[in-house]
Write a protein of this length. Structure first.
Length: 130
């Protein structure tokens, strides 16, 4: 298993950042898959593309949101998006743990890809705050 993290500071209040963190918006902003279905309440989202389908479950936290792949090809994919006040804005941080379940080189490749997805997610989620 590998872990990756990215963060950025935006000029927005934490409550404004929190409003941007809907499950569907997060997964769309990652850029790898399209949202296919969202369960009532929005805490379970199915995404797909390239012949794959993944299901994620979301849990709200006091300082953000956490989500796990519960159906899909990866052995582990757990992500936390958190936010905290910093100076005149908010630091938004994304942290993922990813494991493919094969040779270690595959975990390294998955982590590299995941870092790119997290960067795209933060770019998309914070575009309105720049």
């Amino acid at each position: 298993m590998r872990e990756v993290s990215v963060s950025r500071v935006v000029q927005a209040h934490p409550s404004t950042v929190e409003e941007a963190l809907s499950p569907a918006a997060i997964l769309e902003a990652e850029g790898s898959f399209s949202v296919r279905r969202t369960a009532a309440g929005g805490d379970r989202v199915t995404v797909g593309g390239y012949g794959l389908e993944l299901v994620f479950e979301f849990t709200s936290r006091e300082d953000g949101i956490e989500y796990d792949q519960v159906e899909g090809p990866l052995e582990t994919l757990r992500t936390t998006l958190s936010y905290e006040r910093q100076d005149e804005g908010t630091r938004l941080a994304a942290h993922s743990a990813v494991a493919v379940g094969g040779p270690a080189v595959l975990d390294r490749l998955a982590a590299w890809k995941r870092r790119g997805e997290l960067r795209r997610a933060l770019d998309g989620l914070t575009a309105d705050f720049r």
